[in-house]
Ligand binder design. Structure first.
Ligand code: ATP
Ligand code: MG
Length: 250
C-alpha cells in the first residue's frame, strides 16, 4: 500500500548525521571541528547539546540546518539529503521547515514585536490575513499578546527572546534550532525560555535542538548530548542512566 509522505517522515529521525567531518582552514591553521560524527535526533523532542566553548556546537547546528556544507559524510533532515539540494532548494527548505533562535535575539530595532513575527511569514507567501493571524497566535502563545506593539528597546531581555521564539514558531517549522538562547538572560528568564521550548516540542511535535552550556537547563530536556572536541561524549535522557559514545553506561 502506498503510504502518505507524512507517515514516511515520522518513521525516521528528524535529523541524521552520518560520519560527518568538517574542518576550517585559515592560512596554515587547520581546525578539525567535527570528526566522523554520527548522530540521530528524534522528532518531537527537545534535545540539548552541551559542551565547552569551541567544541563545535554552533558548527553542528548550522550543518544540521543546512547553513554550512560538510567536508565528508551525509546529513539528512526530514528525510532529505541536504548535500543533494542546490542553494535554492536549501533556502526553500530552511524557509519552510526551520526556525532559529539565537543568543542575541536578532530583532530589528525599528519594528514592533508584531511586525518582527509577521515579516518572515510574508516571505513565505502567506496571505496578509493569514500572516497576521499566525503572528497574533504565536505572540499569545509566548505570553506577549499585551506587548506586541512595542519595539525591542521597550522590551526586557526575556521578552525579546520570547518575540524571537514567536517569530520562529509562527512559521510552524518542523525543526527549531536554538543556539545559546538563554545565555544573555538571568536564571528566571532562562528557565522560562527553556520551558517554552519544551512546551513547543510537546504541543506542536516540533523537533527542538538547543545548544547551551547552562547546566540548569538539563532537567528540562528530553535528551542531553555532551560534546567535546567535535564528537559526542555522552548521550543521556535526564530520567535514565547515561550512555557514553561506545553505547555503554557511564
Ligand atoms: N567560519 C569559521 N572559520 C574558521 N574557524 C571557525 C569558523 N567557525 C568556527 N570556527 C572554529 O571552529 C571551532 C568550533 O566553533 P563553534 O562555534 O562551533 O564552537 P562552539 O562549541 O559553538 O563554541 P561556543 O560555546 O564558544 O559558542 C572553533 O575553534 C572556532 O574557532
Ligand atoms: Mg557556539
Amino acid at each position: 500500500m502506498h503510504r502518505p509522505a507524512s507517515i514516511a517522515v515520522t518513521d525516521q529521525p528528524a535529523l541524521r548525521a552520518i560520519g560527518v567531518s568538517k574542518a576550517f582552514v585559515s592560512g596554515h591553521l587547520r581546525t578539525q571541528v567535527l570528526d566522523d560524527l554520527t548522530l540521530d535526533i528524534e522528532a518531537g523532542e527537545l534535545t540539548l547539546i552541551s559542551g565547552p566553548s569551541g567544541c563545535g556546537k554552533s558548527t553542528l547546528l548550522s550543518i544540521l540546518s543546512g547553513l554550512q556544507k560538510i567536508d565528508s559524510g551525509s546529513v539528512q533532515a526530514l528525510g532529505s539529503e541536504l548535500g543533494q539540494l542546490d542553494l535554492r532548494a536549501l533556502e526553500r527548505f530552511r524557509l519552510e521547515h526551520t526556525g532559529f533562535v539565537f543568543q542575541g535575539f536578532n530583532l530589528f530595532p525599528a519594528l514592533s514585536a508584531f511586525e518582527q513575527v509577521e515579516l518572515p511569514l510574508n516571505h513565505m507567501g502567506l496571505t496578509r490575513d493569514e500572516a497576521r493571524r499566525r503572528a497574533r497566535l504565536s505572540l499569545e502563545e509566548v505570553g506577549l499578546a499585551h506587548r506586541m506593539r512595542l519595539r525591542p528597546a521597550e522590551l526586557s531581555g526575556g521578552e525579546k527572546q520570547r518575540v524571537a521564539i514567536a517569530r520562529a514558531l509562527a512559521k510552524e517549522p518542523q525543526l527549531l534550532f536554538a543556539d545559546e538562547p538563554t545565555s544573555a538572560l538571568d536564571a528566571a528568564n532562562g528557565q522560562m525560555i527553556i520551558d517554552l521550548l519544551h512546551r513547543i516540542a510537546v504541543t506542536h511535535g516540533t523537533t527542538v535542538l538547543c545548544v547551551s552550556h547552562d547546566p540548569r537547563l538539563v532537567m528540562h530536556a528530553d535528551r542531553v548530548l555532551a560534546m567535546e572536541d567535535g564528537h559526542i561524549l555522552s548521550d543521556r535522557r535526564p530520567a535514565a542512566p547515561a550512555i557514553d559514545s561506545h553505547g555503554t553506561p557511564s
